[in-house]
Design a protein around this ligand. Structure first.
Ligand SMILES: [Zn+2]
Length: 310
């Protein structure tokens, strides 16, 4: 690869769009964030135009060969469209994520699920042939699996939806419309809903405050403990199925000082047989909130090389 080639990575989230420029060899060269204030399609399009205009003014644009977009939600790899329900961006559905970039720019655009891209970015911390399971903890629970620097998508692109594996048959209603999903217990919104059921209206507080409150409030502690125990069960099962070299925990939740990551890891290990326990690494993500942007850059670079430089 020509090391002068740059790629623009855009990580679309429910509350902000993060973006930056870089490539595999040089890493992330810049990183910025814009709040999503207008929560509709034209609001999102406006932010993308703003980001690209910034790049064009600073002349960075001239070196950019392709754009990578990370997005929450399921991307059907047969149609390229976001499908199902996208709880944090309800309008962002039945659409190709690439179409958010104005077509008159004539630049290749590639998209993937944000947790897949987090796992891809984190995989750069390990040997090239490593099997890396990345898990994001925040308003939802996401996961991605990277084998030898390639994202595992499954048949349709729907693989690795750890947040929506059933951990409690007939249990709490999830925002996907089904019952008993991990996300309904272990993610920020799920925990708040479980507290609401127990008479605690904490609808305005963030995960950091909720986890802090768990130290003094036994009901909150119980809800958090339940979420962590379901998380351990789901991750333990995923490890037994996938046999990864490493599991990395990222997303905003894992960055919170009170997030009980040590307890979670200990519980996961209690589900694993000795040979697996002996080999596997379970650790906090290395790149924090920048991993989605770097993953989008790496994804664009890889597909650009496959498609345009073969
Ligand atoms: Zn669900």
């Amino acid at each position: 690869m020509n090391t002068d080639q740059l790629f623009l990575g855009i990580d679309i989230g429910g509350s902000s769009i993060k973006y930056g420029v870089g490539n595999r060899k040089q890493g992330l060269q810049s990183f910025q964030s814009l709040p999503v204030t207008q929560k509709d399609l034209s609001g999102l399009e406006g932010l993308i135009v703003q980001i690209i205009s910034e790049m064009q003014i600073s002349s960075v644009w001239n070196g950019i060969k392709a754009i990578g977009i990370g997005t929450p939600g399921l991307i059907d790899r047969k149609t390229g469209q976001l499908v199902g329900i996208n709880p944090n961006l309800p309008f962002w559905i039945d659409i190709r994520p690439e179409s958010i970039v104005p077509p008159d720019l004539s630049i290749p655009v590639f998209s993937d699920n944000d947790a897949n891209l987090m796992a891809l970015a984190e995989s750069t911390q390990y040997p090239l042939d490593a099997c890396v399971l990345g898990i994001t903890i925040g308003s939802g629970i996401g996961s991605g699996y990277v084998v030898a620097s390639r994202i595992y998508h499954g048949s349709n692109g729907f693989a690795m939806e750890l947040g929506h594996v059933c951990v409690a048959p007939g249990g709490a209603l999830c925002n996907c419309g089904r019952q008993g999903c991990l996300e309904a217990y272990a993610a920020e919104k799920g925990m708040r809903n479980r507290l609401q059921e127990r008479g605690k209206d904490l609808s305005r507080i963030q995960l950091a405050e909720l986890l802090s409150l768990a130290k003094t409030d036994t009901v909150v502690q119980d809800v958090v403990d339940t979420g962590i125990s379901y998380m351990a069960l789901a991750v333990g099962n995923a490890i037994m199925l996938l046999d990864p070299d490493v599991v990395v925990f990222g997303g905003g939740g894992s960055e919170i000082a009170d997030y009980p990551l040590k307890e979670l890891i200990k519980m996961i290990r209690s589900y694993l047989p000795e040979p697996v326990n002996h080999r596997i690494k379970l650790e906090k993500a290395h790149m924090g909130n920048k991993s989605g942007v770097l993953g989008a850059i790496l994804h664009a670079e890889s597909l650009f090389a496959d498609t345009w430089e073969r």
